[in-house]
Design a protein around this ligand. Structure first.
Ligand code: AMP
Ligand code: MG
Length: 417
């Protein structure tokens, strides 16, 4: 059989990303209450149905006063005002503050009519039914203005935003209980290999532990998708095909391992048998070279095509490939604007010599010091060494066409989510 997959092989990272994104459509949306919004991506702009604060209110415990009555006060010559009442949070004053009068006010209470300034309790002295204002501060001080945070019908969150706790607080503030969110893509995780044993099982001498199923499923969750674990496939065409059929039930199938050139690396053949159209095979990067991408055309009219990634078996290579290709695809599916890991410039804190003609994603720790990012590697960079991944918070991205990097040079860094 002609090897259709070899037609697009060993391509640059940027080209591979472009091919993946070209095949990526948008998920449908669903209506959810704000209690289910954490980590979900809004499918429409949210406009506030309320003003916030809804009225001028006090930012401090103190006295609501008229600026003209107190503006000249000093500790030696305080302004003396008649206290005519109080207003607490959740209360509403029916009284009006007239010349040389004050109303005691608690934080969050609406500012009574007539008052234009709140003086903190620390700047006053209580004297029976009157209050001495020792320090006037400034006109309009300590008042949170109506609508200063959110004005009515104003756009408060944009479509494509992934909701963090702050966004959820804003939805609540804006009076928006239900919103449309993009559905979470279902992403199957299928590991392959006779040598794999599950964590916690007895390790026979010929076995290694299946870590990828768990690290990759965690990346799926972290990125806002729903991971579906498929039982590990053995390195036989029959077993692989059976498991792959299950995996292809999801929006995206991630098939891990078995994509190299080993005698038992059957993933490629089985995919072709199942009707997958491979778009590329191998990318000029390290780690993560044996990464593959394909599509399974929609089986019904109106159905959606499935996307499929073959990820390298080595534990770090697998995670690197996920962040470079699967993450942007997932983000695009969920309608997010920022598709890639955040990139910043950083000062290199050590010399590096690396010659391979491929783009390197080196595990690194990036710190922020006196207005600049600094970066250094976290240790051994073998594609199976998870220790240096655990210590890293970023990838140092080393371009294809350069080999020597000197301390003090500006380099590009991708920050982990
Ligand atoms: P492969 O691409 O299948 O040849 O795998 C490359 C290397 O990654 C081999 O040393 C495998 O044992 C290892 N490997 C493959 N799958 C996993 C997995 N799920 N967890 C941990 N290591 C794996
Ligand atoms: Mg294998």
């Amino acid at each position: 059989m002609p090897d259709q997959t070899n037609r697009v092989t060993n391509i640059p990272v940027d080209e591979a990303i472009k091919i993946c994104l070209e095949q990526t459509g948008l998920m449908n949306s669903e209506r959810l209450p704000l209690t289910a919004a954490l980590g979900r991506v809004l499918a429409h702009d949210v406009c506030s149905q309320r003003e916030h604060p809804p009225w001028d209110n006090s930012a401090m415990d103190g006295y609501a006063v008229r600026w003209n009555d107190i503006c000249d006060a000093t500790p030696d010559a305080p302004a003396i005002l008649q206290t005519i009442g109080e207003v607490r949070a959740g209360g509403l004053s029916t009284q009006q503050v007239n010349i040389n009068e004050a109303i005691q006010i608690m934080t969050g209470a609406p500012v009574p009519d007539g008052a234009d300034t709140v003086v903190r309790i620390e700047d006053t002295e209580i004297d029976g039914n009157s209050v001495q204002i020792l320090r006037p501060n400034n006109k309009g001080g300590n008042i949170r203005r109506r609508g200063e945070d959110v004005s009515l019908h104003h756009k408060v969150i944009e479509a494509g935003t992934r909701c963090r706790p702050g966004e959820i607080g804003m939805l609540a503030t804006a009076g928006v209980v239900w919103s449309q969110f993009y559905q979470q893509p279902k992403i199957s995780v299928l590991t392959t290999g006779n040598e794999l044993s599950e964590p916690g099982e007895n390790l026979d001498p010929e076995k290694i532990v299946n870590s990828n199923a768990y690290s990759i499923a965690a990346q799926v969750s972290e990125s806002g998708g729903l991971p579906i674990f498929i039982e590990n496939a053995r390195d036989s065409k029959e077993n692989l095909e059976q498991k792959m059929r299950q995996a292809l039930d999801a929006d995206i199938a991630l098939v891990i391992g078995g994509v190299s050139v080993g005698k038992y690396d059957f993933v490629k053949d089985v995919l072709a048998d199942l009707g997958c159209e491979m778009k590329f095979w191998r990318v000029k990067m390290r780690p993560g070279h044996p990464v593959a991408f394909g599509v399974l055309p929609a089986l019904t009219s109106g159905g959606k095509q499935k996307l499929l990634f073959g990820l390298p078996g080595n534990p770090v290579a697998c995670m690197v490939a996920f962040y470079q290709f699967v993450l942007p695809v997932m983000r695009k599916m969920m309608g997010m604007k920022q598709l890639f890991l955040t990139e910043v410039d950083a000062i290199l804190d050590e010399d590096i010599s690396i010659h391979s003609g491929r783009r390197h994603f080196a595990r690194a720790v990036t710190t922020y010091d006196e207005g600049r990012y600094h970066v250094r590697l976290t240790g051994a960079q073998g594609s199976g060494i998870l220790t240096s991944m655990v210590q890293a918070n970023s990838f140092l991205v080393l371009p294809e066409n350069q080999g020597e990097y000197k301390t003090g040079e500006t380099v590009r860094v991708q920050l982990f989510p």
